[in-house]
Design a protein around this ligand. Structure first.
Ligand code: MN
Ligand code: MN
Length: 231
């Protein structure tokens, strides 16, 4: 069941409309690394998760990502001047200008529609958590790229908040990963000769070699002072 709270997670403001930049922000709504991708990835993955703590984490973060999508959409609205009769901006979203009367669209900054192909799920917790950690890293990087391209101090505050939340999610997913070591696709890591040899297929030079005693990927405690709840 879902409920909708009317207030945003954090208020969004702008100094002045900027439809060109509104179009860039579209990428964090309907782009590959955007909020909809994050929300629906964690949501769909959660359906197969048996570990109740990690299922809860996936659904809490999915719900927050929908809240981020609201913040991004509202920022796009403000940057577009909320004026549906405005002439199409020279570099603004052509798609939104001609199709949706400047309603924020589920498309990226180039007007390509959002696709479920952006979503990854495997049913294996280790693979899905590594996907999610990489998602969060890419989302933060995308926000950093957006931050560099705007002077508006209020838009910058919004982006700063959102990228810090993605950083928090990244840490939480790594904490979750540390709870499932030795399970699923992490089992029996490097047990066979085939899982240890290095094929040097380029000459000259070799900079990596055969593996001696490989361990499954794991993270050192991503938050040594953690409030990590354990029931
Ligand atoms: Mn987000
Ligand atoms: Mn996130």
């Amino acid at each position: 069941m879902f409920k909708h709270e009317k207030q945003l997670i954090r208020e969004v403001k702008i100094e002045k409309p900027n439809s060109t930049y509104a179009n860039l922000m579209q990428d964090q709504l309907g782009g590959a690394n955007g909020e909809l991708t994050a929300a629906l990835t964690y949501f769909i993955q959660s359906f197969r998760v048996e570990n109740k703590e990690i299922k809860d984490l996936f659904l809490d973060i999915a719900a927050e990502e929908f809240g981020h999508a609201e913040m991004v959409a509202q920022t796009i609205n403000l940057l577009n001047g909320k004026n549906v009769d405005a002439p199409p901006a020279t570099c603004g979203s052509v798609e939104a200008s001609v199709v949706s009367r400047l309603t924020p669209m589920l498309s990226n900054a180039s007007g390509c529609l959002w696709t479920a192909a952006y979503v990854n799920e495997t049913g294996d917790l280790a693979a899905d958590l590594l996907t999610n950690i990489a998602n969060e890293q890419r989302a933060k990087t995308t926000y950093e790229n957006l931050y560099r391209q705007i002077e508006d101090k209020y838009v910058r505050e919004t982006i700063q908040f959102l990228l810090q939340r993605e950083e928090a999610h990244n840490t939480m997913f790594r904490q979750a990963f540390n709870r499932i070591l030795e399970s699923g696709s992490l089992k029996d890591w490097g047990d066979t000769e085939d899982a240890r040899f290095y094929l040097n297929l380029s000459t000259p030079g070799q900079y990596f070699g055969d593996l001696k005693d490989p361990k499954a990927p794991e993270f050192t405690d991503p938050d040594p002072g953690s409030n990590d709840k354990k029931n």
